[in-house]
Each structure stands twice: as C-alpha cells, then as structure tokens.
Design a protein around this ligand. Structure first.
Ligand code: SPV
Ligand code: MG
Length: 670
C-alpha cells in the first residue's frame, strides 16, 4: 500500500506559523511536527512508499523529509500551480504514481492517534475516517452515510451526515474509479474544487465504509487555536497508560498481535500473573514467574512489566489507574465474568476504559496448550511440582483417586468463587480406596505391582502430582525398590506409616490389633529409602500412628523428631477423633521446634477444620483421603437396589448420567 499525502496547500490560516515552511512542518509536540509524526506512524505501520504532493517551499519540504531518516521511499510531485488550484489538481499531477495501487490518502494537516491509524489500516475494505460521537462541524468535512457507506463528502452536507476527516484507506478497485473521475474533472478544467466533488459523482460505484473512530483523535489543524488544542490532546495521549494481564508461558503470534494493538493506545503495562495465580487458573506454569516476566519485558511496545498476584485485577488497577484495560472478549461470559465485572466497577470509579478485542480461537494455539499440558505429565515435570507448589502456596490439597476416571475428576474439577478458582493440587493414591475398588480389605493384600498399575492408569490421563500411600513400606529390603520405582514413574511423595505386621486401616484405631514399629526400625527404613532416592524433589513422609493407637502426644512428638532426624522430608500426623484438639496440639508443638519439614494431615474424622485454619497452624498438605469412594459406591448401590426393586431400569434413570454424556465424557483424542 502507498501513502498519498497532500501537502501543496498554502495554510494561510496558520498566519506567521506558515511564513517559512509548509503547514505540515509546524511543531505539534516537543519532538514532532505534524508531518514527522504522520511519517513515523506510517513507517511503524509498515508502509514503505509515500507519494507527497508539494507546492510552496517544496525544497524545504523535500529536504526535511529526507532529514528524518525514516525507512520510507519518497516520491515528491510538485503542483506547479498550487496557488491557483485545489488539491484535486495535485492528485492529477501525481496520477501516474497512483494508478492501480491500494492507497492510504491523507491531508497533510491531519493528526491522528496511532490506534486510529491502526483501525483504518486493519479494516478489511475501503474506508474513510468518521466519527459518530463528535459534533458535526460547521465548515469542515462531513460524510453522508447510508447503510454504513460513504455516499457524499463535503462541507455543505448536514443530513444523515457524520463528522469526517480526509483520511481514507482505498482498495485499488475503489481508488481507480475515483482517480479516473478526478482526471475527468481536471481535463474539464474543474480544478478549484475538492477532489471529493469527483468522489461524490462516482460514490455509488465505490464501496467506502464510514469507519467510526468515535472519540479517537483524528483531526485537522487549520488555525493556531486548532494547534493548541491538538498539541494538548497528543500530550495527554502520550501519557496514557494501558494495562493487560497475562498468564501464559508460551508467547505466540496471537499474544504479540494483541500486545501490539494495546500498545497503540498508550504506554503498555503488562501484569504477569504470579505462579500461584496461574496454577489456580489453568495449570502449573512451565516457566516460573521471573522467566515469564522477562519474556514480556523484551517485547517491542511493552513499557513496563509488573506482577499481578491474584486473578483479580483490583490491586494493580487501584495502584496504577491505567487509562485503558485491554482484554480479549472471551471473558464477557463464563468463569472469568466476575473478574471482568470487578474490572468494570473499578474503571468506572476513576473513569478508565475497557477495550476488548475479538478473542482468537486458533487451533494451532490450542495445540500448543495441549502440548504444554502433556509435558506436565512427564515423570520429571510431574514429580518436581508438588515440592514447588508447597513452596509457592504454603498449603496444598490432595484428593483421593483410585482409577483413571477418579483421576480425571481430581484433575479437572474446579470451582469458581467470586473471581477465584479452586482446584485440587494433587492426587492421593489411597491404599483403602485402591483396595476397596478391587473389593479387597485394606491390609496390604493388594500388592505393589497392582498398586503401580493403578498409578499408571491415573498417570496416563492426568498431569497433577501424585502422593502415594505406601502403607508400612514393607520390608526395608523391598522398600528401597518401591522408592526407586515410584520416583522413576514421576510420583512426588511417598507416605509410609510406622506400623508393622498385618497392617489394618488406621480408622479402626484400637478396635483391632495393630502393632506400631519401633523408632529404630522405622528410622532405618526411612534412611534406606532416602539413600535409594535419586532425584532432589521426591519426598518420603513418615506417618505417625501414636494418636490413632492412643500412645500419647509425647510418643508422637518423639517419633516425629526422630523420623525427621532419620531423613524424612516431613511428618503425617493422623488421628481418628472428631475433635481436632490433639492434631492442633501436635502441630503447635512440632512447629515450635521444626518450622521447615512438611506437615501432612488427613482430616477424615476431624473434618470441620478448614484448609485456611490448617494453614494457619503450619500444615502443608491436606489430604481428602476417601471422599470420592465413599460418595461413589453408595450411589451405585442405591441404583442397583432401585433396579432390583422395580424389575426394570426406568426408575433408576434419574440417578444416572445421560447416555450421551457418558459417551462423550472422555474425549477420544485425550
Ligand atoms: C488411606 O486412605 O488408605 C489411608 C488414610 O491410609 S486412612 O484411611 O485414614 O488410614
Ligand atoms: Mg492407607
């Protein structure tokens, strides 16, 4: 596309300001003239060729353009009778350079903001800059608009008219029609009218959309008063700030394109979501916060990068008061809507504006995201994430999974609450639930090979970290192999309990015979396990059964310190009392001595305590050990009974997921 800039006019109304150079060389800001600003914006928009018509002071103008050193190729055409003709004649003089070209036509005294030019240039088709929000000017150009198309342009039209500026993007099919008419006018000696008079003759054959720039700056400078107003407006525009927030760790052309658009509205400040916020929103980031921040800091058009700690924009908007917030229009509905609503409220308080660009749902971006997700399931990536998440969040949650489908429930279930997203951080492969799913008692009867098979089933369809219930860990000589295998598979944490002999589930408490291992034996097992471990991020947690077996707090604490001393990465303290008092007492006394080891609880009995309360008491991992099994099996049993009672399945139908849903529950290309 070629730019055609009309600079043959005399600019008499500018008075002394145009006594030594053409109007377009008038300074409008500290470091720009009308023309230098136009040309810089054209070069930035990747326009390469400029045809400029000149008149009085043409040498000064030509030399000035060259002195700007811009990546533009100029062709200057002097209108030799600039003082006797209108610009219709200047265009005629340049006609040989303009035929069969897409043209960006502008008057030399027009000043526009970058995003206005961007809107015009990215419009698909021919268009003219108009504004539906500005008042109709008395003496300046107006466009008569019908069905969105420009039908007439001139100073004399008021009906069905809109404020309009001589800034056109013209596809060659439309431009050729207008240019031919200009040639016809000039050859009939009609040289003292606006070129738009020719346009009005042929507009029915052209297709020029009246592009509505609303209140974006696009105005001409005719007088010193105009100059003062527009200079101020530009200063204001140059000081505008724009805010966008990103969670991504993979920049693609879609991101770059929206960043580029946003940067045209003002100084662009990017909020990069904290690791914790990204994790809660979609998935664990492949790159940590600092690296994601560096990615954005190096993009052309980005003024500054800041951290956005939460999904909510509140903190940063109140601090930065940006003039604009830019976002894709995908958050107008759906789970992000509460975040958007809050943004709108805050912007309304101080007069900021929200700009939404169409969201691009490109398949190739989806494929990138799918690939990132699948990388998260690789053993090394998955294993290390639990330790990182504990470091990042202080407290993580794990939900029981005993099969592929329960794994998917833990992986994908999320709840939005007032703009915040809640998900489980990890999966707990419970011995109780794994055994129950196989119809067997929780007595270490289901062997490790079978337990590993369950892990495999879950790993195949999920990405979240795994905590494995290793029962007693078995013989020390066997345990070292369990550690190596789990680590190799990508399990993050192994918990073993200090019991020996025939293990029974802890929730039986003292109702059944259970034998606690000696501190020495169990410490030895931990030491052997830690020695067998290869990576830094795998964790072995010692689970203490003293409270379950009513051996007292002192015993529990003595064991805890001994097991940490033996190398355990942390302690799981268990209790089967409804009252959390003994758990709280343990946490307090343990944390008084040890502030760093990981502390794990399984609040099946003491289930009234919230995650926030546990966190406040120094707990790092909350495991919901059996709730999916305990809710799933009764539902199945009820359905079976309903069918037996009614001798048919009809009555059970309402208890069941519709066939269509079950068929499509798991996508084939997962
Ligand atoms: C399990 O889930 O298998 C556990 C926790 O070990 S508990 O059932 O509470 O003992
Ligand atoms: Mg168990």
């Amino acid at each position: 596309m070629k730019a055609l800039i009309l600079n043959s006019g005399l600019g008499r109304r500018m008075g002394v300001l145009t006594s030594e150079h053409p109007k377009c060389m008038t300074e409008i800001t500290f470091n720009d003239t009308i023309l230098s600003r136009q040309l810089k914006l054209l070069a930035k928009a990747s326009i390469e060729q400029v045809v400029m018509t000149t008149g009085l002071f043409d040498n000064i103008l030509v030399n000035y353009c060259k002195s700007l050193n811009l990546p533009l190729e100029f062709r200057f055409v002097k209108n030799p009778i600039y003082d006797k003709t209108n610009y219709i004649y200047s265009i005629y003089c340049a006609k040989d350079l303009l035929k069969d070209e897409d043209i960006l036509l502008m008057h030399g005294d027009i000043v526009f903001e970058e995003s206005a030019l961007d809107d015009i240039l990215s419009f698909d088709g021919s268009c003219m800059a108009t504004s539906s929000t500005l008042e109709l000017p008395e003496k300046d150009f107006k466009a008569v608009v019908e069905d969105g198309l420009v039908k007439k342009v001139g100073v004399e039209f008021f009906d069905n008219a809109r404020e309009a500026q001589a800034l056109y993007k013209l596809q060659k099919e439309d431009w050729n029609i207008w240019l031919d008419e200009i040639i016809r006018f000039v050859e009939n000696d009609d040289v003292n009218c606006y070129a738009e008079k020719a346009l009005n003759q042929v507009s029915d054959r052209m297709h020029i959309t009246a592009y509505d720039l609303k209140d974006k700056l696009c105005a001409e400078i005719d007088t010193p008063e105009d100059l003062a107003v527009i200079s101020n407006k530009i200063r204001e525009i140059e000081n505008r700030t724009v805010y966008m927030c990103f969670s991504t760790d993979m920049l693609h052309t879609g991101h770059i394109s929206i960043i580029q658009k946003a940067s045209k509205l003002g100084k662009l400040i990017i909020g990069v979501l904290s690791d914790e916020a990204v994790t809660s929103y979609k998935r664990f980031p492949l790159l940590p916060f600092e690296e994601r921040k560096a990615l954005f800091a190096n993009i052309v058009g980005v003024y500054k990068v800041v951290e956005q700690k939460e999904l909510s924009y509140k903190e940063n908007l109140e601090l930065l008061h940006p003039d604009f917030v830019v976002h894709g229009d995908d958050w107008v509905t759906g789970v992000q809507k509460p975040i958007r609503d809050e943004v709108c409220e805050i912007l309304a308080e101080y007069g900021g504006r929200l700009v939404e660009f169409p969201y691009s749902k490109d398949e190739k971006y989806k494929a990138l995201e799918d690939r990132a997700r699948s990388e998260l399931s690789l053993p090394d990536m998955r294993r290390g994430r639990l330790k990182k998440a504990i470091g990042m969040k202080g407290l993580v949650t794990a939900m029981e999974a005993h099969s592929g489908i329960t794994g998917l429930i833990v992986e994908n279930t999320s709840v939005w609450e007032g703009g915040k997203n809640h998900q489980f951080d990890a999966m707990w492969i419970s011995s109780l639930c794994d055994s129950t799913a196989k119809g067997k008692p929780d007595i270490e009867l289901v062997d490790m090979t079978s337990r590993f098979r369950t892990i495999d089933d879950i790993m195949e369809v999920t990405t979240k970290p795994i905590i494995f219930d290793g029962d007693t860990g078995g013989l020390k000589e066997h345990f070292v192999y369990t550690v190596k295998t789990l680590e190799r598979m990508g399990v993050s944490m192994l918990i073993i309990e200090d019991k020996t002999g025939l293990k029974k589930n802890s929730l039986f408490g003292t109702e059944v015979e259970q034998t606690q291992d000696s501190i020495e034996n169990f410490s030895e097992k931990i030491r052997a396990g830690k020695a067998a471990q290869k990576s830094k991020d795998f964790m072995i947690i010692a689970r203490i059964e003293s409270l379950i077996l009513e051996r007292g707090m002192e015993d529990a604490l003595t064991r805890a310190f001994a097991f940490v001393e033996a190398g355990a990465d942390g302690i799981m303290i268990h209790s089967r009392k409804k009252d959390p008092a003994e758990i709280f007492e343990f946490c307090e006394k343990f944390r008084a001595v040890d502030q760093t080891s990981v502390l794990v609880v399984v609040p099946t009995s003491f289930n009234s305590v919230t995650e926030e309360e546990f966190k406040a008491r120094g707990v790092n991992v909350v495991i919901y050990a059996n709730q999916l099994t305990r809710s799933g099996f009764p539902a199945m049993k009820k359905t079976a009974e309903t069918i037996l009672t009614n001798h048919r399945a009809k009555e059970a139908d309402d208890m069941c997921m519709p066939i269509k849903e079950i068929l499509t529950l798991i996508p084939e290309d997962y």
